[in-house]
Design a protein. Structure first.
Length: 317
């Protein structure tokens, strides 16, 4: 078949254009990837705490990356969201979804930390050797507690583990020898708790761990072998009085002053004296058909302020 010079020229131009288009597409992809990488690793500091961007799409997320040990926090409230200004002077809001490895390691001045709902992971060694930390409340949004996350937190007295936790890695609470009480709301069937060589908390299982279903925990982690968790499991109830969870140990005198008691055999809460608290709830109940007996002239008062103050709160049906 005969082809003119013009036909050949047209074909060559088409080939050149196609090569140029493909080359530009590759360059744009590389530039976009580089830009995205730059955004994702960007760091910024607010109130002495450094955050690192971990995601721009589909969600804008950051991790708590590092604290300034030259100006360390004492009472820290981690925000659920943080904002920064981008290169076009737009204010961009990010969700705080994790606490990164070594973020607060050796921060001995830290005495309290409030972790917001929305944080999903506490990574390895995040709070290691925070010797001044007195208690930790792990919200139900968190699913993973990393290796050695709280190792050497010798000031810890109380630990609360939220219902969403499915993984506690080895040595997470190693050398936390002064912890007196752990309350764990996690489902035993969904939880992997790797207490390597059974050395978390106090020696000889002297730390009490209160759970809703002690038999399920004992069947999994109280077998007298290296898979055990170094605690003694006992029962807690779905009932809180003035911020104190009712347990098998404290049920006869919940607040330690004779003001409140709970009898599980009759599912009865008795309030015998006045109760004044800083907690938002005097009674927070998830038990079905619980009876409350209140002595004459008993007063219930909360010093808390805000829209969530409610002296009696019932969720059970």
């Amino acid at each position: 078949m005969y082809h003119s010079f013009k036909d050949n020229l047209t074909k060559n131009r088409m080939k050149t254009n196609n090569m140029w288009t493909r080359t530009m597409a590759v360059l744009i992809a590389l530039m976009t990837a580089a830009t995205t990488w730059a955004y994702v690793t960007e760091q910024f500091t607010i109130d002495g705490v450094m955050y690192q961007v971990t995601s721009e799409t589909p969600n804008k997320e950051v991790t708590v990356f590092l604290t300034d040990l030259d100006n360390p926090p004492v009472d820290l409230t981690i925000p659920s969201t943080v904002s920064k200004t981008d290169f076009e002077d737009n204010i961009v809001e990010y969700s705080v979804t994790s606490i990164s490895s070594n973020a607060f390691e050796d921060c001995s001045s830290l005495t309290s930390v409030s972790i917001p709902y929305g944080v999903k992971t506490i990574e390895q060694r995040a709070f290691r050797y925070c010797t001044g930390l007195k208690s930790i409340n792990i919200p139900s949004s968190i699913t993973e507690i990393g290796r050695e996350a709280f190792q050497g937190c010798t000031g810890l007295k109380n630990v609360t583990i939220g219902s969403g936790v499915t993984s506690i890695d080895r040595d997470a609470f190693k050398d936390c020898e002064n912890v007196e009480e752990v309350i764990c709301y996690a489902d035993a069937s969904q939880l992997e708790w790797n207490d390597y060589h059974c050395n978390d908390f106090k020696a000889s299982k002297a730390t009490m761990c209160y759970v809703y279903d002690p038999s399920a925990y004992k069947d999994k982690w109280s077998k007298g072998n290296t898979n055990d968790v170094n605690v003694t499991f006992d029962k807690c109830y779905k009932l809180t009085i003035a911020g104190t969870r009712v347990t098998e140990k404290n049920k006869a005198d919940i607040l330690g002053d004779g003001a409140a008691s709970y009898d599980p055999s009759t599912n009865t809460l008795t309030l015998s004296k006045d109760i004044t608290t800083d907690a938002e709830r005097i009674v927070s109940n998830f038990l079905s058909d619980m009876k409350i007996v209140v002595a004459a002239n008993v007063k219930l008062e909360s010093n808390a302020t805000g829209p969530f103050v409610n002296l009696l709160e019932f969720y059970a049906t």
